[in-house]
Write a protein that binds this ligand. Structure first.
Ligand SMILES: Nc1ncnc2c1ncn2[C@@H]1O[C@H](COP(=O)(O)OP(=O)(O)O)[C@@H](O)[C@H]1O
Ligand SMILES: [Mg+2]
Length: 321
């Protein structure tokens, strides 16, 4: 009993019983496990508050086939990073015939890969920063020549800024490359963008109000994301109405380009000449009550529990074929 995606099957639920028995998948074994634990616990508590028959399930600890044996009707995926956000779990659930929230196999796999996201976004006219793929030390010289300094070096398929660093001088580049390459083999460099940072959450085909992020760190790194309390978030973000609309359109277009669906978030930077550049698409953004998606939802009048409920509704589009 495989699943297929049918956007027309999307509907609003009014009764928690419509969801049946729900597994909240969180924990996992990626570099973002800790964030997943926070997201998953927040989601689980929220669903229970709304009367949903929700249970925790950690795919790193248990066999996924148990989802079927134990009669789960659907899954809320609260895993970030490899294994949970990259399409492999989505594929396994397709095979098991257990509907799940958010993006399918393709959208998840592409969204996880920043390089491929950039290429697809570029192809449909959503601008992203130039980049050089770093396959080894031999490519560092090319990156310096083409991108100049400062630049940022990133692993292509990590989240939470893991393995990323800002490079100010040519001497720092080899260490930055090694730091990223230790995490994974696909690494690239982008020119450093001086400008303001924005993120746009997407829910059920609609863009939520953008958030502007300001951090005292060099960039919005792991520490600024989860540990510091002086990272500042502005929502409304201060953009003019047309600029806000433009950013929303770019987020929806980028979402579509990677094949994402249901819910997620696009990260952007707007440089001094007003050029808006897509950084990445997140198909399973953080869902703690301090996360960016919930903050944007709140600004649109959608409380945390309502947001969690609506994300769970996105699983209705995964129908048995
Ligand atoms: N080209 C760039 N120039 C300046 N800052 C950047 C650039 N790319 C990323 N950053 C900073 O690094 C952070 C993380 O980058 P991002 O591509 O969104 O990856 P992830 O959030 O998956 O770790 C961004 O939020 C931003 O603060
Ligand atoms: Mg990001």
């Amino acid at each position: 009993m495989r699943l297929k995606h049918d956007a027309s099957a999307m509907r609003r639920a009014t009764d928690p019983k419509e969801f049946g028995r729900v597994a909240v998948l969180f924990g996992g074994d990626s570099t973002e496990q800790e964030v997943s634990l926070r997201s998953g616990n927040a989601v689980l508590a929220s669903l229970k508050r709304r009367g949903v028959d929700a249970h925790p399930f950690d795919p790193a600890q248990r066999d996924l086939a148990a989802l079927k044996r134990e009669g789960f009707a659907r899954c809320f995926i609260a895993l970030h990073g490899r294994g949970g956000e990259d399409g492999s779990l989505q594929g396994a659930l397709e095979y098991l015939g257990v509907p799940y929230t958010g993006s399918g196999v393709t959208g998840s796999a592409i969204g996880m890969d920043k390089l491929r996201t950039k290429r697809l976004a570029h192809a449909i006219g959503v601008a992203t920063a130039d980049c050089v793929v770093l396959r080894g030390e031999q490519d560092l010289e090319v990156a310096l020549e083409r991108l100049g300094l400062p630049m940022i070096v990133k692993p292509a398929t990590q989240g939470s800024s893991v393995g990323m660093s800002k490079v100010l001088t040519a001497a720092e580049l080899p260490a930055a490359y090694q730091a990223a390459a230790r995490v994974e083999s696909s690494v690239f460099a982008e020119p450093w963008i001086t400008g303001k940072e924005y993120t746009v959450a997407v829910l059920q085909g609609r863009a939520l109000p953008s958030i502007r992020i300001e951090t005292p760190n060099a960039f919005y790194d792991y520490e600024a994301k989860y540990l510091r309390n002086d990272t500042r978030y502005f929502c409304p973000s201060g953009l003019s109405v047309p600029a806000e609309q433009h950013l929303a359109n770019l987020a929806l277009a980028a979402f579509d380009a990677v094949g994402a669906s249901g819910w997620g978030r696009g990260d952007f930077m707007i440089g001094p000449p007003g050029r808006t550049l897509l950084l990445e698409v997140n198909t399973i953004p953080g869902m703690t009550d301090h996360s960016l998606g919930p903050m944007a939802a709140q600004a649109a009048g959608i409380e945390f529990d309502e947001l969690v409920w609506r994300v769970l509704e996105t699983s209705f589009t995964r129908v048995r074929s």
